[in-house]
Design a protein around this ligand. Sequence first.
Ligand code: BES
Ligand code: MN
Ligand code: ZN
Length: 482
Amino acid sequence: MNINININENIKNSTNVYLLDNNYNISNINTDLCNYLKSKKSFDAKLFSKFSYINNLDSYLLVGLGDVNKISVNDFRKIGFDIAKFLKDNKLKYANINYISIDVNNDSIYLKALIEGVFQSEYKFDTYKTKEKNNSIDLNININLGSSFDFDNNSINKINNLVEGINITRELTNTPAIDMYPEVLANKAKELLEPLGVKVTIFDKNDIENLSMTAFLSVAEGSDKEPKFIKMEYIPVRNGEVLALVGKGLTYDSGGYAIKPPLGMSTMMGDMAGSATVIGTIYAIAKNNIGQNVVGLVAACENMISGKAYKNGDIVKSMKGTTIEVKNTDAEGRVTLADSLYYAATKTNATAIIDLATLTGACVVGLGDYTTGIVTNDDNIYNKLYQSSVEAGEYVWKLPIVDELREQVKSKIADITNSTGKPGGAITAGIFLEEFVEGKSWAHMDIAGPASTESEYGYIPRGATGIPVKTLYNFVKNFNLK
Ligand code: BES
Ligand code: MN
Ligand code: ZN
């Protein structure tokens, strides 16, 4: 399926889409129809409400905006999404969307959000459906802008590329572990990113041993699938600053000997959402030629049970040399990230490190299903991530490190422990990670909540959401690292 969007190239014999506020004030729809609808009270123009008329010759769709003083940019994503869904559901291939001005100074922001929403309608995880396939149609959409509206057509492509990146993240994350294991993930990264000029290096088990990533290897030990360490280098600026994006890459998390109950385990193919976020983000950045250096790093493995698996009570050594008491084999993400973060801090030129991880249930308890928790040693990065998330229509919030909590990650018999008890569990996980960033500017993003959803909401599909690809993309696009 394909969506083609043009600006000010009216399509004949197509569905006309009008945006109407609750006073019927803003729209260039004909007044007869307006008056008719008003008199019939058949359309109240509440936000997201719809009224349609479909006929062979002329069909139209009215979309309610409610109170225009209250409408948000994110509402426009949903409006674009709803329009595209309506067209597809009714097999209407051609449409003119008549745009209206919401805020003369910021109209292009609203318009971009609407266009993003249209593209967001493309994704559905139906790869494994043999019957109810997404037999969706191609859409040709023209957007009529009001007069004196300046819009760079090139940005339509950019938005499309960004949504492509988001959809890559979704598909990688949704794919069950039987088909998405470290080798497959690594090959996917190569296949998707190398054509865009990203250098992808895949380290196999031998290479990982030579790097002394023994903490990472201990988590991988119980699985028959070989672990892979994936490095993705996008370096458009010679001698420029480098941002490292480090993704948790558990292609399956059974909990290991601290085994998860079946229901909790059944979604754990998504425990590599952090790494999929890194891959999708770098895809969008490279495809849109963003002039900022980024290195992606992923320690990909499965957390399984076998005679070889690491055990509750083991003490393992990290690449850094720090010994880790594995009190709980289900707190495996931070054990793999210990080595990935240390690699980022010491073996790359990164001046800043951001890690993405479906790390703790505690973060979901604290912030809910929709918000990314951030633990950081640099408020400057936090502020930029926060601004980027607002632009993206995504949510992030900082979790405070207080020094008293540091006691919880200390071990009586090793240097640190991976299991810290319930209180502040998302923060203490972050404190554990901080041990390995060697004082570099760093932010940890716990995406256990927002990375996936049991039911769709807004323009977000069921399953993997692709959050926070947009936040990271904006961060890289808008800010340099100094
Ligand atoms: N992958 C899980 C975290 C998770 C839970 C992600 C639910 C998405 C949804 C992680 O490896 C884990 O098991 N964390 C434990 C840590 C605990 C043992 C310290 C948790 O949150 O219970
Ligand atoms: Mn776990
Ligand atoms: Zn996990």
